[in-house]
Design a protein around this ligand. Sequence first.
Ligand SMILES: [Zn+2]
Length: 173
Amino acid sequence: MKIVVVQIVLIYIVCMIDNNFELFMNMAFREANLAYQDEEVPVGAIVVFEDKIIGRGHNQTMQLHDATAHAEMIALSAAYNHFGDWRLENCDLYCTLEPCTMCAGAAVLSRINRIIYGAKDPKFGACGSIFNVPTEKKLNHRIEVISGIMENEISALMKQFFAEIRNKKEQIN
Ligand SMILES: [Zn+2]
């Protein structure tokens, strides 16, 4: 009987953790949709501290003519402003897409606690795909990485965006 109770409690805790990941990833996904509406590559990110969102951002590279205006960088900047500090030790960074080298590097410099991302990026991903910046032993801070949260929805939005871009190009040509 006791073992059953313990198992039920453990399953409940695991479900709670999963739900939190999904809940916050949903907020990052909203940001990705804002980028999509602006015809930017649809990537969104948020920074979470003690279950509160303290920074959010979506990709604005086209709008700002800035190759560094990635969703993660904008969300991190908002989080620095929130604390008046560059140290984000107990914060989690949620990203719809696997962060690139720049964003993963910024997360390491900021001492982020965890990176939680949705879909893998085989071209630029630096959290396991082409590099693994968050767990690099030579760096002075390492970050736990959790992936695959809402992967299907996020991948579908990315595919839709790039299909629309291709269609527009075909219509022009
Ligand atoms: Zn990036």
